[in-house]
Design a protein around this ligand. Structure first.
Ligand code: PMP
Length: 286
């Protein structure tokens, strides 16, 4: 049985409890982070900790745990659950004010709820999907306007995955005002004539921690990067495409709607970036 963390305690998962009045449950009033684990170590931990702080600040929530405490909790859970490859999920909500009310509770009186748990995923880095590539469909992006905050309001992304599944695809890319924003749970990229194109940062997309690392490695490897919005048509005629996220790393995309990209197999840029990302991240893991 897994050991999970709830508000200072390490508990068997069956004994962990959160109130029915918790604002995460009632209002999706909470933020989260997912940090991957390779070789029993945390990948990009400081990036995730920094983004968590930013998400909390944007929602006027105070941080109940500092970076060092957070690292300690992550490591303790990885240790107690014997995770070699997998994920650590963290969620912080505005807590339990004891009743349901739209107004935020006084932060002095209502402490945030902090929950962490692990997911063991042996073979995470050797995913067979990295060899075959993903098929994605396009769907309208009807999410709220602050996608840069990593909130737990994941209903539409969840519906997007189901739309993809119903269409026989793996995931969905969301489109707004004619441009691709991102995947349901990843950042989206295309490659044309060797140049990597991915949407610029703003409120329209999550500022992916993997995105930042991958773009840095790409530039270090003298690859050309263009951070701008791209259309679905551009994507469908690209040489290759891929997505990035903490759990998928760099994952090639080989089909968008009914268009096959290139020869229908993962392209060289996506393959190379995946290799570099995994190698460098393992080296820097803590
Ligand atoms: N965009 C969205 C909408 C996501 O949910 C995620 C993953 N949580 C990402 C991008 C990728 O972010 P990261 O690389 O930090 O996992």
């Amino acid at each position: 049985m897994r050991t999970v963390y709830v508000n200072g305690d390490y508990l068997p998962e069956t004994e962990a409890k959160v109130s029915v009045f918790d604002r995460g449950f009632l209002f999706a009033d909470g933020v989260y982070e997912v940090t991957s684990v390779l070789d029993g170590k945390l990948i990009d931990f400081d990036g995730h900790a920094a983004r968590l702080d930013r998400s909390l600040t944007e929602l006027s929530m105070s941080s109940p745990v500092d970076r060092d405490e957070l690292l300690e909790i992550h490591r303790e859970l990885v240790r107690r659950n014997g995770i070699e490859e997998g994920l650590v999920y963290l969620q912080i909500t505005r807590g339990n004010p004891g009743d349901r009310d739209f107004a935020f509770p006084d932060a002095e009186e209502t402490a945030p709820t902090v929950v962490l748990f692990t997911q063991s995923k042996p073979g995470l880095a050797e995913s067979p999907q990295a060899e075959t590539g993903l098929k994605v469909i396009s769907i309208a992006d009807i999410r709220w306007g602050r996608r840069d905050i990593k909130t737990v309001q994941l209903l539409y992304p969840s519906m997007g995955k189901m739309m993809a599944k119903a269409a026989g695809a793996d995931d969905a890319w969301m489109v707004e005002d004619g441009k691709v924003t991102e995947g349901t749970s990843n950042n989206a990229y295309i490659v044309k004539n060797g140049k990597i194109v991915t949407r610029h940062l703003g409120n329209e997309i999550l500022h992916g921690i993997t995105r930042a690392a991958v773009l840095r490695f790409a530039r270090e490897a003298q690859m050309e990067v263009d951070e701008r919005g791209f259309t679905l048509e551009e994507a469908k005629t690209a040489d290759e495409a891929f997505v990035t996220s903490a759990s998928a790393f760099v994952m090639p995309v080989v089909q968008i709607d009914d268009e096959t990209l290139g020869d229908g197999t993962p392209g060289p840029v996506a393959r190379r970036l995946r290799e570099i990302y995994l190698e460098e991240s393992r080296k820097a893991a803590i």
